[in-house]
Ligand binder design. Structure first.
Ligand code: NAD
Ligand code: DAU
Length: 377
């Protein structure tokens, strides 16, 4: 495969995928297709923008004609689709934008790819449509194991230990879809469309469902970068509900490595779950972040714990997500490379060292959004 479109490449995860592919595969032409919504930021890709195998195209994935033209002009062989509206809180306020981009945008890409690839003599041979999705489509798991073993974990446990405690209470590739938020409902719908294009037209598709990512370049509306920035400025940390919801955290570069592995070696029509076997209660992770920021800023560790402010819960807040990624580990040999302690230290350090990146985002329009988001909590 030579000519690859990565959609949403100016966003958080997309920028890591673009960087990995541009640097690792000089023989590929990598086209970063992004509308540059509030979440898209070309500053995330400064280090690769001058590489000869990289090109940026500003485009809305809902623009069928423009994308169909691009497929033809650039002889696209592969699509790695990350562009989406990605923030659950925004989806609760504005579900239509999520349906438009995540559902109609994905459908538009699929149909344009179908028309172009089916017009070629080789048709789908050597082609691939890889759709990046989320564990949120599976719904929510119980907070405690049915036999009463206390959950969740607040320190790193091995996957074996986690399995021992939770039994099979994880999201598997076969788990029935049961999305709850407008965001996850829209992602679920897009996943169904991707699979339908394989089942109906024979398009070589792959879907992966990943757990919560953290790391550099994440937009500071998401828990970890938002809280790092607030701690630095000694602003309140809005913890939803009791802070007991559980998420499974994966370092973003590990997700990008998984995407590389699956794009090249994954089986067509398969689904792979990607996760860190790294479950944390929100409140526990928040305390780790506070201690780490304090230490790295030369403050007394724990000095900023009093910034924790319990606020009204997110509507429909899913209790627990936990991915079982043993299929990916067994079949393709991928596994997370970073321990959480190491990953969080790297992440906090990165945000503190890149204040300009953060300040450029958190001034102006963002400030207005943030205030309106939290005004009535
Ligand atoms: P993000 O919000 O940081 O980035 C999304 C990117 O998509 C931005 O660059 C934005 O400009 C672009 N975009 C949005 N609408 C567009 C449109 N209509 N046309 C073209 N570009 C558009 O998102 P992220 O956190 O990097 O997530 C990327 C993908 O990974 C999403 O599909 C998301 O559902 C999925 N995912 C995210 C996580 C996570 O923890 N962040 C976990 C699992 C899966
Ligand atoms: O699980 C994968 C998903 O992870 C991705 O599909 C989404 O795109 C991504 O945004 C993320 O969704 P979450 O809703 O889990 O992430 P978020 O960072 O918004 O919140 C993480 C947890 O922290 C969640 O339980 C809500 C809570 N939270 C979040 C914010 C922003 C707070 O308590 N306070 C906050 O201010």
């Amino acid at each position: 495969m030579k000519n690859i479109v990565i959609t949403g490449g100016a966003g958080f995860i997309g920028s890591h995928v673009v960087r990995l592919f541009v640097n690792k595969y000089p023989e590929y032409n990598i086209i970063n297709l992004d509308k540059l919504t509030y979440a898209g930021n070309l500053a995330n890709l400064k280090d690769v923008e001058d590489k000869p195998n990289y090109k940026f195209v500003k485009m809305d994935i809902c623009d069928f004609d423009a994308f169909y033209q691009l497929m033809q002009d650039e002889h696209i062989d592969g699509i790695i689709h990350l562009a989406a509206e990605s923030h659950v809180d925004r989806s609760i306020k504005d579900p239509f934008t999520f349906a438009r981009t995540n559902v109609m945008g994905t459908l538009s890409l699929l149909q344009a790819a179908k028309l172009y690839w089916e017009s070629l003599p080789e048709k789908y041979e050597g082609k691939r449509f890889y759709h990046i999705s989320t564990d949120e489509v599976y719904g929510a798991l119980e907070m405690t194991h049915p036999e009463g073993i206390p959950a969740p974990f607040s320190t790193k446990a091995s996957s074996e230990q986690q399995h021992e405690a939770y039994g099979e209470d994880f999201f598997l590739e076969t788990t029935k879809y049961n999305p709850h938020s407008p965001y996850s409902a829209a992602k679920a719908s897009s996943d169904h469309f991707v699979r339908a294009y394989h089942d109906t037209y024979g398009m070589p598709t792959i879907v992966t469902n990943c757990s919560n990512n953290y790391g550099p370049y994440q937009f500071p509306e998401k828990l970890i970068p938002l809280f790092i920035n607030n701690i630095r400025h000694r602003k309140p940390l809005p913890v939803y509900g009791k802070g007991e919801n559980v998420r499974d955290w994966l370092y973003v570069e590990d997700h990008a490595r998984a995407i590389d592995t699956i794009f090249h070696r994954g089986k067509v029509a398969e689904t792979y779950n990607i996760g860190g076997f790294n479950e944390w209660k929100n409140i526990d992770i928040i305390k780790v972040v506070i201690n780490t920021v304090d230490r790295l800023l030369g403050r007394k560790e724990g000095e900023d714990l009093d910034l924790i402010t319990y606020v009204t819960d997110r509507l429909g807040h899913d209790a627990r997500y936990a991915i079982d990624s043993r299929k990916l580990q067994a079949e393709l040999g991928w596994e997370p490379s970073l321990q959480f302690e190491e990953g969080i230290e790297k992440t906090v350090r990165w945000y503190l060292d890149h204040q300009e990146w953060m300040d450029n985002i958190t001034s102006g329009e963002y400030e207005k959004y943030y205030e309106s988001m939290y005004a009535n909590r």
